[in-house]
Design a protein around this ligand. Structure first.
Ligand code: 6PG
Length: 232
């Protein structure tokens, strides 16, 4: 099921999504003493990360794991982990524990066992998963037509992370090799938010959920309850 939360302005959306995320993290911190939040890269989440970094939270016990990664080193300008570290791990969130996906392996496919072992240590289910959406209907690094896509969507699969090789496009850029959370790992989360802005993405999502149901975001919505946060 997909529930839409629509706002007139981006700051209103950011505020609402921040509160929804904080509520889940705080609840689990109070219960277990540690919590986990899986976050996407791209560019849309930047204001949410900035807002979260100003919040008082027991950040040292908050595990912030990447939802997906482009197979580039952290020094690379397109590294999702670097983006999260830059925009979130500062201010009050300085002590947040960031769990990235990149390893020294030359190819994402060679790193699957290592990354899964790393992610097995992150408290799960995730208290919240933050997803983004691409104009091609990809979410996380579940790209249409990617090699490894069916495995990443396998409802009986038991892996948390999967390697994919996307078909090169203006959306992927040069970084076609990816690591991503699998659909089953996302499904286990307590809360899944899809943060999108602008008319184009609203249209992409609406088309995917109606006519283009083969697109990864629609396939995921068939398996997982998704809360869509949208503002123009
Ligand atoms: C990636 C991202 C990806 C992102 C969407 C939206 O590595 O490509 O993690 O899944 O969420 O592409 O990107 P923007 O927020 O930049 O539009």
């Amino acid at each position: 099921m997909t529930v839409w939360h629509c706002y007139d302005r981006r700051d209103m959306m950011v505020d609402a999504l921040k509160e929804a995320t904080l509520a889940r993290i705080r609840q689990t911190l109070a219960l277990n003493g540690r919590a986990s939040w899986a976050v996407s890269g791209g560019s849309t989440p930047a204001p949410l990360f900035e807002a979260m970094s100003g919040e008082s939270l027991d950040w040292a016990n908050v595990n912030v794991a990447l939802v997906d990664e482009r197979w580039v080193d952290i020094e690379h300008p397109r590294s999702n982990e670097a983006f999260v570290r830059r925009t979130l791990k500062k201010g009050r969130a300085e002590k947040a524990r960031i769990i990235g996906m990149k390893t020294p392996h030359a190819h994402a496919a060679d790193a699957v066992a290592t990354v899964n072992a790393r992610y097995a240590l992150v408290p799960q289910p995730f208290d919240s998963v933050l997803l983004g959406l691409g104009p091609d209907g990809h979410t996380a690094s579940l790209f249409p037509g990617a090699e490894g896509l069916d495995e990443a969507f396998d409802p009986k699969g038991n892996r948390i992370c999967a390697a994919l090789t996307a078909i090169k496009s203006p959306v992927t850029g040069d970084e076609v090799e990816r690591m991503s959370l699998t659909a089953v790992a996302i499904k286990r989360a307590r809360h899944v938010a899809l943060m999108i802005t602008g008319e184009e993405k609203r249209q992409t999502l609406q088309d995917a959920l109606s006519a283009n149901r083969h697109l990864p975001v629609a396939r995921l919505a068939d398996m997982v309850d998704i809360e869509v946060y949208w503002a123009p």
